[in-house]
Design a protein around this ligand. Structure first.
Ligand code: FAD
Length: 312
């Protein structure tokens, strides 16, 4: 049987949204999808796949690569070799995928964000979609693929028939690596995902000393300050303010991006905002492709002008 095996990403009882990209890739390629997931109440939309295997292990056991290879071996013994094994391109998905690729000696293509289904070519973009790499798995056997969040979820659609649901028991559990604890994210006084107006600072802000002037502007605009990853990494703003794939996904009414280039990891976290306004001194900055309004200018001059206007 020709099929794709989708390894779900789960986290504390939540079936991550990015799984829809893995499922969507299979639908796009016209492959039957078998989803594997730990047993539990994950509230998944089962009709999106052809078959589900509920593995009788705890989430932490499922997420351990040393156990995942045992799970995959059992599925393959039962269902035959898949064309593809699909993982999310998250830190946990890539860890599982790379371990499985090494263990089974299979080709792996990571971070796929588009494909040519007729030619069997997978693509991934670099440098904010400026360059695309083309990848084709070696041979005709099983290939491992990790899928970039936001790339294929629109292809995920209900099947005509309900999926068959099976359970897997007696998975061999490794003692070589065990789960210790979840480390809670630092609590913040502000939740940027709830803000209606975000003023987001990118590396273009220049240095930490400038940030307080933008905080003042944010106060005048009744906006909440957020930032891109470099701004957080440099400790100019706290981690809870980071927008993007390794930060928060936001959808405010207004997203005012100042000095943000528009790398896909940032854009993935804010592209669904109702109104995006970008200020950047580089007319070619990718952020302008997503902005409803763009201002090509020095952000500090725009800040000062806005403050003057707001002061009356
Ligand atoms: C695994 C991984 C996860 C990541 N996760 C995230 C994430 O969650 N969020 C995130 O943001 N990034 C993330 N990144 C980083 C991402 O790839 C980019 O490096 C980052 O988004 C760039 O941030 P930036 O736009 O602030 O900086 P830059 O790309 O350096 O852009 C700065 C921009 O400011 C402009 N500028 C400079 N001076 C001025 C001025 N005076 N006035 C106006 N414009 C000016 C420049 O023209 C430029 O466009 C991740 C990367 C990886 C590999």
């Amino acid at each position: 049987m020709s099929y794709a095996l989708v390894v779900s990403e789960v986290r504390r009882g939540i079936f991550e949204e990015r799984n829809l990209d893995s499922i969507g890739l299979c639908t796009h390629l016209g492959k039957d999808a078998i989803l594997i997931i730990p047993e539990g109440e994950y509230g998944i939309k089962e009709q999106l796949v052809n078959s589900i295997v509920k593995v009788k292990v705890e989430e932490a056991v499922f997420l351990n690569p040393l156990n995942m290879v045992n799970i995959l071996e059992k599925v393959v013994a039962d269902r035959g070799k898949p064309d593809m094994i699909v993982f999310t391109n998250s830190s946990s998905g890539t860890e599982l995928a790379s371990y499985a690729a090494g263990y089974f000696d299979l080709p792996i293509i990571t971070d796929v964000n588009s494909c040519d289904k007729d030619q069997g070519i997978f693509y991934k973009s670099y440098y904010s979609d400026k360059i695309f790499g083309e990848f084709r798995p070696i041979g005709n056997g099983t290939a491992i693929v990790t899928v970039r969040s936001g790339s294929f979820k629109d292809f995920a659609a209900d099947k005509d028939v309900a999926p068959s649901v099976g359970t897997m028991e007696d998975v061999a559990v490794s003692s070589a690596r065990t789960f210790m604890e979840f480390v809670e994210e630092e609590k913040s006084d502000v939740d940027i995902t709830k803000a209606e107006f975000l003023l987001s600072l990118g590396r273009g802000v220049g240095n930490k000393d400038e940030v307080s002037d933008y905080e003042e502007l944010a106060g005048m605009l009744k906006a909440v300050i957020a930032g891109s990853r470099p701004v957080i990494d440099k400790l100019w703003l706290p981690k809870a303010r980071q927008v993007g794939t390794s930060g928060k996904t936001v959808k405010p009414k207004v997203y005012l991006a100042m000095g943000v280039s528009g790398a896909f990891q940032h854009v993935a976290g804010m592209k669904d905002s109702d109104c995006i306004i970008a200020v950047n001194k580089d007319a070619e900055a990718p952020i302008f492709q997503y902005a409803h309004y763009g201002i090509i200018a020095d952000m500090h001059k725009v800040r000062d002008k806005l403050k003057d206007i707001l002061k009356g």
